[in-house]
Design a binder for this molecule. Sequence first.
Ligand code: NDP
Length: 245
Amino acid sequence: NKPLADKKALVTGGARGIGAAIVKRLAEDGASVAFTYVSAQSKADELVQEIKSAGGQALAIRADSADAGAVKGAVEEAIQAFGGIDILVNNAGIASLTPYDQFDLEEFDRMVAVNMKAVFVAVQAAGPQMKQGGRVINIGSVAAEFNPFTGNSLYVSTKAAVAGLTRALARDLAPQGVTVNNIQPGLIDTDMNPANGPSASVVNMVPLGRYGRASEIASLVAYIASPEASYITGATLNVDGGGSV
Ligand code: NDP
């Protein structure tokens, strides 16, 4: 029996990168998986096809996480399509290494909206219908604890906010038997942080000496989503090859 059989999941930003690895893993573990995307339509369509041809259930929803109404709409669409959401994974995120004195304030608002406000809005929309055993899993960043880059102050702030939201929301959702946790990736080779990008200069500071794979984040998401993780809530868990030690 698959560990997430009969579970219904929504993953934000699920067409590529870490989100796509999470979508695939939850589907492999038996969940029906809806996911949002904003630009990667063909990747979203391919992923839906891949899951369906393996016998799973998948649904791609176009929703810009910078738009609170669109986030709420995506949650409602997933609830409508599957009859509920048991597992909400807030993964969509944006980053920008920009000197603090040149950071555009419209971009500031957009980053706060995508990385932080959308997390809160999605929990507001999905939380009330979640039942005993439900899961909110946020994808923060180990940068909230250890940041080796200049020009990263806003990103670090939004991810520290995600850690704070996680702790406080864990208390809010506990009476329903729903857990809320924060998974903080370290250097993961994706479009956001390619192995030939700026992080190449700091990978030697990571004790395990390499970038992580998106699937190495997805495996912890799968565990936290599973019934095995029933007594873990409000936690921040680093998956960073030791990069924050
Ligand atoms: P990518 O840039 O590779 O992918 C970003 C994902 O977020 C895409 O699915 C993208 O959708 C989605 N997204 C971005 N903006 C929006 C938006 N406005 N509305 C909806 N979806 C959006 O990033 P990663 O996979 O690397 O990152 C995933 C998460 O992990 C982020 O929260 C990131 O901050 C975090 N993280 C990543 C690390 C890394 O080293 N890679 C390290 C620590 C944390 P679309 O494909 O449609 O554009």
